[in-house]
Design a protein around this ligand. Structure first.
Ligand code: BG6
Length: 525
């Protein structure tokens, strides 16, 4: 196969959309995502929100710029502002220009902008949805979208049910002939198991289960998908990926930012619901799962669900969970306020901005291997990683002084920002004496591959438009994750205010105590 050809089995050849629609912007040398969406319209609810501005609209532009959207693509923003189409287009252009990851090209923009429309309205207004229906039909006709429609709910969870019902009542959720309808919902999927179930019932009463795409943007990250490649494409790692060799696993998602302008969303939700229930439990599942029969969504989901069902909570939640709230401090050069002083936060809030927990997995592969999960805002630096830490060698044929500086071997998946994999092992220090110290062997995306990885939302939006579901958590995974988190939240609910930690530090003292109780320590990423 020539290096200029798309991968075998891809739905379309380079420069051609799935339906044979040719796209002049497609770069035929880009083999990393050789799939192109077919004709369709994407409607975004909550288009003026943070997520749409910062992530969705730039991702759509970048997809177009990489030649992965068809010319027959329509984008409709639904919002409250009284904008004309042109005002909306100007607004989108401004945000795309400042946030896009590929070069801003007028030619790409001109092609995209022809399919952009704005629908004014509020979620509770049936007339607004009737008007949206008219715009959708116009876009179908103008852009030849074949009547395929995706609806992106970039809205607070409380608005999911009303939008879903309006889509049903206006007939927008119903497809005719071969055309498809898909709905994309952003996390959080509920705030506990019961509310997640209710939400699922509402959405499922409007859309078929294979038309519902739940976004966990971590699954769209290149390095997260590489976990599967590394584990299952190689011979090297899988034989040692078990309790015989692995001592414990640490999954860290640390952020240096505070909650910014998101108090309305975050206060009352907290770090565990925001991040552990979804991103970190997905990372745990991908790290711990058995080899799937294939990478179809069914087979992958089955293996992830098996792991999540085997998760066991600690017996003593007081010892093996920790939570904290950031206090004022320094973030680099900047003096920052504490969580309780953030605008929009209840000054008596007990919402945690840091959460850590030990989980065990009751399977033969992982018996006795703790998985430690932690996440927090305003920590020392922004880093997400999975560190698989190995047992010490059972015997060291050296003078004890020779290995006293040596730690445990580890394989670290550096999810971000410095994407890659690190292998940590002992090596002789050069010199006339035998002395062993830890060294790192690094694989860096930046050095091994040319071109930046696509942004997670690019990959996920493209997958929705193609109808590819493997990177989207199923309702069963969502349920199982809430089953893990609910008892922890219930326990924390009885514990009063979380411990304070200084902004710029590595979390509350309780998080260190959690590890010390097991004779371990957190890695300093
Ligand atoms: C989101 C959380 O899911 O992930 C945010 O709601 C968090 O609180 C964000 O800041 C982090 O995403 P990323 O891709 O920057 O690690």
């Amino acid at each position: 196969m020539s290096t200029l050809e798309p991968e075998t089995g891809g739905p379309a050849s380079a420069g051609q959309a799935a339906d044979g629609w040719s796209n002049p912007l497609r770069d035929p040398r880009d083999l990393r995502i050789p799939r192109i969406a077919g004709p369709c319209t994407l409607v975004i609810f909550g288009v003026t929100g943070d997520l749409a501005r910062k992530k969705l609209l730039p991702a759509i532009y970048d997809l177009a710029n990489r030649g992965l959207l068809p010319t027959s693509f329509g984008l409709i923003g639904f919002g409250r502002r009284s904008w004309s189409d042109d005002q909306f287009r100007d607004w989108v252009k401004e945000h795309v220009r400042t946030r896009c990851r590929t070069v801003f090209r007028e030619s790409t923009w001109n092609q995209l902008t022809e399919g952009i429309r704005f629908a004014r309205g509020t979620f509770d207004d049936p007339a607004a949805f009737a008007h949206l229906g008219e715009i959708v039909l116009q876009v179908d006709a103008d852009r030849n979208t074949h009547g395929n429609h995706a609806f992106y709910m970039s809205v607070p969870p409380s608005a999911f049910p009303v939008v879903a019902r309006q889509l049903a009542a206006s007939g927008l959720s119903e497809s005719a002939g071969d055309a498809w309808r898909r709905v994309i919902i952003e996390k959080p999927f509920g705030h506990d198991l019961a509310s997640a179930r209710r939400l699922d019932e509402t959405i499922s009463s409007v859309f078929e289960s294979d038309s519902i795409f739940r976004i966990d943007h971590y699954l769209g990250k290149e390095t997260v998908q590489n976990l599967l490649a590394m584990r299952f494409a190689n011979m090297l790692f899988e034989p040692i990926w078990n309790a015989n060799y692995v001592d414990h696993v640490q999954i860290t998602m640390a952020e240096d930012i505070g909650i910014g302008s998101r108090a309305g969303y975050y206060d009352g939700i907290g770090a565990a619901r925001d991040v552990i229930q979804n991103h970190l439990l997905q990372l745990l599942a991908l790290t711990a799962m058995e080899e799937p029969v294939s990478f179809s969504s069914h087979d992958l989901a089955m293996e992830k669900a098996k792991v999540l069902s085997a998760v066991r909570l600690p017996e003593d939640l007081a010892v093996h969970t920790a939570r904290g709230q950031y206090a004022a401090g320094w973030q680099g050069e900047e003096k920052v306020c504490g969580y309780l002083q953030e605008q929009g936060v209840d000054p008596a809030s007990t919402t945690e901005t840091y959460a850590a927990v030990r989980l065990d997995i009751d399977t033969r592969r992982w018996a006795g291997v703790p998985f430690y999960l932690r996440t927090g805002k305003r920590l020392g630096k922004r880093v997400t990683e999975i560190a698989v830490v190995f047992r010490k060698a059972p015997h060291l044929p050296f003078e004890s002084t020779a290995t006293r500086e040596m730690g445990q071997n580890a394989i670290v998946f550096r999810i971000q920002p410095d994407e890659g994999i690190t292998l940590r092992f002992g090596s002789k220090v050069p010199g006339s004496r035998m002395e062993v110290r830890d060294v790192n062997m690094d694989f860096d995306y930046g050095r091994s591959f040319t071109g930046a990885s696509p942004e997670a939302y690019e990959r996920l939006i493209l997958d929705v438009l193609l109808g590819d579901a493997p990177l989207f958590p199923t309702t069963q995974e969502v349920d199982l994750s809430w089953r893990i988190l609910d008892p922890i939240e219930e326990f924390w609910g009885t514990q009063g205010a979380p411990e304070q930690y200084r902004s710029g530090a590595w979390g509350p003292a309780g998080a260190d105590a959690l590890m010390h109780a097991d004779g371990r320590a957190w890695r300093l990423p």
